[in-house]
Write a protein that binds this ligand. Structure first.
Ligand SMILES: O=C(O)CCC(=O)C(=O)O
Ligand SMILES: [Fe+2]
Length: 202
């Protein structure tokens, strides 16, 4: 797969903390990629501990990346799984387009509107102080909700289209939180891929 990703007709939001490219991957590429990733990624259900109580997270996920990389999830140290070839070539394309390194990808699968992700910033120490994180969306459109850090009120939301791409720039995680709210009535699946750079040996 060559030149899958086209960064044109983007818009810059949040005073430069976020860039949105609604049609970064054409439907001709995005449709088969979505089906292939649904079938081929090592999706699993994860459990997290919140205030001493175990919960199953409301989505499937898997974390892929370069050999030997570790990340922290819900207080646990975990190793990335081997790259899927399409995701490795996307990471390499993004590296060329954005001139930033990406050595891993967290893949999230929202099976329907009952799956979601709560408010958070991607500010784990292994991502470094000013991470650049790229998020690619495939399948059902879901809202990417935004609020300023320190506030509980939602600032706004960005519906993330099939084939769209968001670049969260270096100031994003220190100034903003994001979430994917549950939405009753959505029956279709969505995959989101967040390409990240994990600092080796952290
Ligand atoms: O599904 C999305 O659009 C967001 C995913 C996300 O925030 C994350 O993986 O940290
Ligand atoms: Fe996130």
């Amino acid at each position: 797969m060559s030149a899958l990703i086209q960064l044109h007709e983007g818009e810059t939001l949040l005073a430069g903390d976020l860039d949105y490219y609604p049609q970064a991957i054409s439907p001709a590429h995005a449709d088969p990629l979505f089906q292939q990733l649904l079938a081929e990624l090592p999706w699993h259900s994860d459990r997290i501990t919140v205030y001493g109580k175990e919960h199953t997270i409301p989505r499937l996920q898997c974390w892929l990346g370069d050999n030997g990389l570790a990340y922290t999830y819900s207080g646990k140290r975990l190793q990335t799984l081997p790259w899927h070839p399409h995701l490795l070539s996307m990471a390499q394309e993004l590296q060329n387009l954005l001139q930033r390194p990406f050595n891993s990808v967290l893949c999230n699968r929202y099976r329907n509107g009952n799956d979601g992700m709560g408010w958070h910033a991607d500010d784990e120490p292994e991502l470094g102080p000013a991470p650049c994180i790229v998020s690619v969306s495939l399948g059902a459109e879901r809202d990417f909700a935004l609020r300023r850090k320190g506030e509980t009120r939602q600032w706004g939301k960005l519906p993330l289209a099939h084939g769209s791409l968001v670049v969260m720039n270096s100031g994003m995680q220190s100034r903003w939180q994001h979430a994917v709210p549950k939405r009753a009535g959505i029956a279709a699946e969505r995959i989101n891929l967040t390409f990240r750079y994990l600092q080796p040996g952290h």
